[in-house]
Design a protein around this ligand. Structure first.
Ligand code: ATR
Length: 282
């Protein structure tokens, strides 16, 4: 059977504003090259006022793209403008991956899948846990809450500086998701099997408070979605207290997999070579 994806040159993008910091071109470029696929993946900086026009040109075929990634500040607009958002992006109200199919724009959000794939690869079997603590209630937190809930984790405690934002997420994600202020951290950590930092605390070498992870279950996993630096203050502290830790770089790499597969028809692999490539660029 003839599959046009095998032979035709296909073009994908990452759009944002600004977009120059995106590492996605490095990831997809590496896969295109190593898999020998005829295609391109380019940065497309699009200002918010031009985003609807960019999407219209994608849909009409005028831009020549078969799809792409969407980053800040366009994730909500991408969801709204898509013809066929999937259930994941619908619940999040945000999309990071688009593709054109039969003249319609399809959308999904791959952050949650990236988060889970990273944890699965690092700590197989981590998900047989009763409760999880998620620090932060921003955009990144949503995808993590959704993913952890969909894996069947019993209780999910969202702890945030602004508790109203945590409450909004608890309302959105259902009865197993609970909102708490920062002061409740030690209490809700008791016996939890997973701790996830989704805030910017500790990013770019900034200091972060010394959290006490000792109330967590003995075999708990502590992970951070911040990956610059790779070993964040939160991960360093958790390791010092004897916990298994997982850095956030793998989430970035794994979230790229479903998009690449949609656009170029081959499921790429996240391996040590790719990790080293991105680390060398940091
Ligand atoms: P993103 O979309 O990347 O998740 P965001 O929506 O700006 O970004 O959310 C950032 C998260 O980091 C929020 O949970 C924020 O807490 P507030 O909701 O109280 O603002 C959290 N955050 C950022 N700086 C923080 C700090 N110094 N202390 C505690 N939480 C912080």
């Amino acid at each position: 059977m003839h599959d046009s994806r095998e032979t035709s040159f296909r073009r994908a993008f990452v759009t944002g504003f600004p977009v120059r910091h995106s590492r996605s071109p490095l990831i997809h470029g590496h896969w295109l090259e190593t898999l020998g696929i005829p295609g391109s993946y380019t940065r497309e900086e699009v200002a918010p006022e031009n985003f609807a026009g960019f999407i219209a040109a994608l849909k009409s075929g005028e831009s020549g793209f078969c799809g792409g990634n969407v980053t800040l500040p366009h994730k909500e607009a991408a969801f709204r403008l898509a013809d066929r958002p999937d259930a994941l992006s619908e619940e999040l109200g945000a999309a990071n991956t688009l593709w054109l199919e039969d003249g319609l724009i399809h959308a999904t959000n791959t952050d949650g899948r990236g988060f889970l794939a990273n944890l699965d690869a690092a700590v197989p079997g981590w998900n047989g846990i009763g409760s999880a603590v998620i620090l932060g209630a921003g955009g990144a937190s949503r995808a993590v809450i959704q993913a952890v809930r969909d894996r069947g984790v019993g209780e999910i405690h969202v702890v945030n500086r602004t508790v109203a934002r945590a409450r909004e997420l608890a309302d959105r994600f259902g009865a197993r998701v609970h909102a708490h202020p920062m002061e409740a951290l030690a209490e809700v950590s008791k016996g939890a099997g997973l701790f996830v930092n989704t805030t910017s605390l500790g990013m770019d070498g900034e200091a972060a408070p010394d959290f006490d992870f000792l109330p967590l279950a003995e075999d708990a996993v502590v992970t951070d979605i911040v990956y610059v630096p790779l070993v964040t203050p939160i991960l360093r502290q958790a390791a010092k207290q004897g916990f298994a830790t997982v850095d956030g770089l793998g989430m970035l790499l794994h979230q790229a997999v479903p998009g690449f597969e949609k656009w170029f028809g081959v499921r790429p692999v996240v391996d040590e070579t790719l990790r080293r490539l991105i680390l060398a660029d940091m």
